[in-house]
Design a protein around this ligand. Structure first.
Ligand SMILES: *[C@@H]1O[C@H](CO)[C@@H](O)[C@H](O)[C@H]1NC(C)=O
Ligand SMILES: *[C@@H]1O[C@H](CO)[C@@H](O)[C@H](O)[C@H]1NC(C)=O
Ligand SMILES: *[C@@H]1O[C@H](CO)[C@@H](O)[C@H](O)[C@H]1NC(C)=O
Ligand SMILES: *[C@@H]1O[C@H](CO)[C@@H](O)[C@H](O)[C@H]1NC(C)=O
Ligand SMILES: *[C@@H]1O[C@H](CO)[C@@H](O)[C@H](O)[C@H]1NC(C)=O
Ligand SMILES: *[C@@H]1O[C@H](CO)[C@@H](O)[C@H](O)[C@H]1NC(C)=O
Ligand SMILES: *[C@@H]1O[C@H](CO)[C@@H](O)[C@H](O)[C@H]1NC(C)=O
Length: 585
């Protein structure tokens, strides 16, 4: 134990520049700082527009930011020799980048190889990757290796990095359907995601409250937008997709169906909806028709529903090229359908039918529509197989997103992977970033300071998914707990989710960053050191620096600690004992 502790400390002491996510393997070969001049018109050996654009962005950003990490174990300037004087190209300074890409036609899709090797010594930077996407990841690492001090840009020593992600799906879900998120702000998140190698933006575009997407095939849908200036045109969508693509990030659209559907539909043909005029909560939770206002779901038994679903699916499919499309399927509220005459008659016609038959009806009638687009995998929330209203069967190749309770003894991730389903993990108790802010519903007397409200006000305080997820909670989450090897192979990765009932442009960046970087690291290279111990405390300096870097880059990322804590490594630890985590596992 003592030996292990010494090893860990020695490693941390030597690595002053500490990229996030931590690479799988990073080896500093010496401490001879290498001058790096971002203006030096570096020679790139290959003709690859994407790589070139990324390199230019890295160089410009390095130049503009002039970043120097404060949260280090040892001042970089104590290294010898420290370069001084005018930087001359070809005189101990890097003047070329050699990039080798095995196959630059590998498309950006689920499972695309993102591995890379990055070697920096004396005058040269070498990057080897299988795909273009691996080289882009390497450049993101390079961006974090260059520091600025005393008028010089430099890399602190020769270094060799071998790197690849643990999981192919590493993302965040943004919700632009409770409050609108502008194209500019979404692009800002894409920029930051790329810095930490997240590669999936899951875009929950529509919900009961808001339909912000213009459709040519059903022009009336956009009446479901809040404002004329809060809409996404076809060009906006293409702009976001291209912006993400250039940074190696896939955009997976979600049209949430058959629950979470109202805005837009209600303007075009409200016959395809059920319970759209019901009171959502009924003042008696057992009679509620929705989890949040306003109530309404697609009427699964109406033929016209499928005509509309097909038009929407086809047009949105044309906008998004990704090989995965999310079709929702979460939180179907059974009571809603008691407002549908079609449903009431359907039950009367056969009293053995249940809500499960209804969900199965949805699957049987919607999947053939979705299947008409080839080479495409569907993604759904896990509810379609885990709730009391679940369908009986769904196609085996559907990717399921697991979000609900992960109580001791009830583990949906295990249930689903053991049945052979591929799973993306988004458990609300670790990865929902909207939690911990209280509730948003109004006329809520539970906030009154009265004895009958004590439990509410000392407990969740209206936030159904308390507590707020801190970066430490996110990082410590072991989502493969209790999985067999074959079950683990069905984990595609993880996604944090930011539902936007209380989020819009003004707070978006702060609610995501820097804590999302903790997930970015755990899905890239894990949350354990080589001895199998949590390395959360070694993430602390990385994530504190990362936050300072974001601020230097001009982003409003939330402060995590008093700056004292980052300038004095580990001074703010709760325990002096650095292996205290072992007491809790
Ligand atoms: C390069 O990748 C493309 C797309 O995956 C594939 O079709 C092609 O065969 C690959 N080329 C080589 C030489 O492996
Ligand atoms: C990186 O280097 C290792 C060891 O030399 C090698 O096995 C691997 O294939 C290299 N990876 C890439 C992407 O070139
Ligand atoms: C819905 O379509 C089915 C099959 O085409 C047909 O049998 C049924 O009568 C239609 N129902 C309504 C309400 O139009
Ligand atoms: C809704 O209808 C179902 C089926 O007829 C019935 O079992 C259930 O009690 C009804 N729910 C409510 C809240 O009335
Ligand atoms: C009635 O519904 C049950 C449950 O779905 C089904 O097993 C049964 O075949 C149905 N009966 C008829 C006559 O359709
Ligand atoms: C893992 O398995 C143990 C032993 O069966 C159980 O106590 C624990 O709740 C499980 N945890 C999860 C997250 O499945
Ligand atoms: C630190 O905590 C670990 C786990 O409880 C314990 O085994 C170890 O003895 C402690 N080390 C010191 C120096 O107290």
């Amino acid at each position: 134990m003592k030996l292990a502790l010494l090893t860990v400390l020695a490693t941390v002491g030597a690595v002053t520049v500490n990229p996030l996510p931590q690479p799988q393997s990073i080896e500093w070969l010496n401490e001879n700082a290498i001058v790096f001049n971002p203006c030096a018109n570096l020679q790139l050996n290959i003709d690859n527009e994407l790589v070139e654009k990324n390199l230019n962005r890295v160089l410009n950003s390095v130049l503009e930011t002039k970043y120097y990490p404060q949260a280090i174990e040892k001042p970089i300037s104590s290294y010898q020799p420290f370069p001084t004087g005018t930087v001359k190209r070809g005189n101990g300074a890097i003047d070329s980048i050699t990039i080798t890409i095995e196959n630059s036609s590998i498309p950006l899709q689920l499972g695309a190889d993102e591995s890379y090797n990055l070697t920096i010594d004396n005058n040269a930077i070498n990057i080897d990757s299988v795909s273009t996407w691996g080289s882009i990841q390497a450049l993101k690492t390079l961006q974090q290796l260059v520091v600025y001090e005393k008028g010089q840009f430099f890399i602190e020593g020769s270094v060799r990095i071998e790197d690849h992600p643990n999981y192919p799906h590493r993302g965040v879900m943004l919700d632009s359907a409770r409050n609108f998120l502008s194209v500019k702000k979404i692009k800002e998140q894409i920029d930051i995601m790329s810095l930490v190698k997240l590669n999936v933006l899951h875009w929950h575009i529509t919900d009961t409250q808001l339909w912000p997407l213009q459709l040519e095939s059903i022009p009336g849908m956009i009446e479901g937008a809040y404002l004329e200036r809060e809409q996404y045109s076809k060009n906006d969508v293409e702009d976001i997709i291209n912006y993400a693509y250039e940074r190696g990030i896939r955009v997976i659209p979600e049209i949430d169906m058959p629950g979470h559907s109202r805005a837009g539909y209600i303007n075009v043909n409200e016959d395809v909806l059920a319970c759209q005029h019901s009171w959502w909560s009924n003042d008696d939770y057992s009679l509620h028709t929705a989890v949040e206002p306003p109530a309404s779901q697609l009427d699964i038994l109406n033929n016209e529903t499928y005509l509309m679903v097909e038009k929407i699916y086809n047009e949105v499919s044309g906008l998004f090229q990704d090989d995965v499309f999310h079709v929702g399927a979460d939180e179907l509220q059974a009571n809603c359908y008691n407002y549908s005459q079609l449903f009431v008659d359907w039950i009367k016609a056969n009293l053995s039918r249940t809500y499960r038959d209804l969900s199965q009806y949805w699957i049987d009638h919607s999947i053939p529509i979705f299947r008409k687009i080839p080479n495409r995998r569907l993604m759904m929330w896990e509810d379609i197989l885990t709730t009391p209203e679940a369908a009986f069967t769904i196609p085996q190749d559907v990717i399921l997103q697991s979000w609900s309770d992960y109580l001791r003894g009830s583990n949906n991730i295990k249930k689903l992977t053991s049945k052979g389903f591929d799973v993306v993990v988004s458990l609300n108790n670790y990865l929902y970033l909207d939690c911990g802010y209280g509730g948003f519903v109004t006329n809520d007397p539970r906030y009154l300071d009265s004895p009958q409200n004590d439990e509410f006000n000392t407990g969740n305080g209206g936030s159904w998914c308390n507590p707020y997820k801190t970066w430490q909670r996110i990082y410590d989450f072991d989502f493969t707990t209790n999985l067999t090897d074959s079950e683990q192979k069905h984990i595609l990765g993880a996604e944090a989710a930011l539902w936007s009932e209380q989020v819009d442009n003004t707070v978006l960046t702060q609610k995501l960053w820097p804590r999302l970087a903790a997930l970015a690291e755990s899905v890239w290279s894990g949350n354990r050191d080589s001895n199998g111990n949590y390395r959360t405390n070694w993430l602390s300096q990385r994530i504190f620096n990362f936050r300072e870097w974001l601020v230097a880059l001009g982003y409003d990322a939330l402060p995590l600690v008093p700056k004292y804590c980052l300038q004095n490594p580990h001074a703010c630890d709760l325990y002096l004992n650095q292996t205290v985590y072992n007491d809790y596992t």
